[in-house]
Design a protein around this ligand. Structure first.
Ligand SMILES: C[S@@+](CC[C@H](N)C(=O)[O-])C[C@H]1O[C@@H](n2cnc3c(N)ncnc32)[C@H](O)[C@@H]1O
Length: 249
């Protein structure tokens, strides 16, 4: 993974304020699946600007460590830490290189696995993640939906998430350059890789994860109230990202 996200670090953190999608579908669904983190040791991989790290610490996690390869994303997390010290520890590192000083109860990764550019890299990433988690601990992740819509402009209608996927050829491991406009923020094109469910499941199993569940994102009741459930109905029929939960053996 290159440091593609350094280019958008400044605006990225704002995307939660700008985007009903991020707040009312992504974050709502992630927090639902993560559940109660009180007193847990939590690792956030691909933490970016630390949005989820801060939220989990505020929700009572005993310790939160954030890891990301993009120094400028982490820089924003550190600035937030200065403004509101929560004791979050940040590391600028590729997740496959990260060496934990303890084993975590929970690892969360929102938008990570689809940046593994090869099958070997995907397997190595899952193995490295498993090595960070105690036996019986959980890994929760949110990643590109292998069944992402191939319809041109399918996501262009969604408020707060305008995503244009290019070169749609459904092959396992295909590079998927995409551009997104979140609120007023236009992200430069970024390349992700589309991995089939079977491939992701195989990588997680080989890494020592069991009880693997794929979960569809949902709209928060507050989002439905504010924007109307029908606003997101098309998106939710074929969301561009899905959740996975699994347990370290
Ligand atoms: C879409 S951003 C998501 C950030 C954060 N999880 C969020 O949801 O706000 C994806 C992040 O993954 C990071 N990333 C991608 N591959 C990585 C890797 N191998 N190791 C560490 N970070 C990685 C990028 O630098 C970027 O900050």
């Amino acid at each position: 993974m290159s440091k593609q996200y350094n280019l958008v670090a400044d605006q990225y953190d704002m995307s939660f304020q700008l985007s009903p999608y991020r707040l009312h579908i992504e974050a709502y669904s992630v927090f639902n699946l993560v559940g109660d983190v009180t007193d847990q040791q939590v690792l956030e991989l691909a933490t970016g600007t630390g949005y989820y790290a801060r939220a989990m610490r505020r929700q009572g996690a005993a310790r939160v460590v954030g890891v990301d390869i993009a120094d400028q994303m982490i820089e924003i997390g550190k600035m937030a830490e200065q403004a509101e010290p929560l004791g979050i520890e940040y590391h600028i590192q590729d997740v496959t290189q990260f060496k934990p000083d303890t084993l975590f109860d929970l690892a969360l990764a929102v938008y990570l696995l689809h940046y593994a550019p090869t099958k070997e890299a995907l397997f190595a990433m899952c193995k490295a993640i498993a090595n960070d988690i105690r036996s019986g601990g959980r890994f929760v992740t949110y990643q590109l939906n292998p069944n992402i819509s191939r319809e041109p402009d399918y996501y262009l209608k969604e408020p707060g998430l305008i995503l244009k996927v290019t070169e749609p050829t459904p092959v396992d491991g295909e590079p998927m350059p995409f551009s997104a406009k979140i609120g007023d923020m236009v992200m430069p094109e970024i390349t992700a890789y589309r991995w089939d469910k079977e491939t992701v499941d195989a990588a997680l199993q080989a890494a020592g994860f069991t009880d693997i569940h794929w979960v569809q994102p949902q709209l928060s009741p507050a989002g439905a109230e504010q924007y109307g459930a029908e606003t997101f109905a098309g998106y939710l029929r074929q969301p561009h990202a899905v959740l996975i939960e699994c347990v370290k053996q």
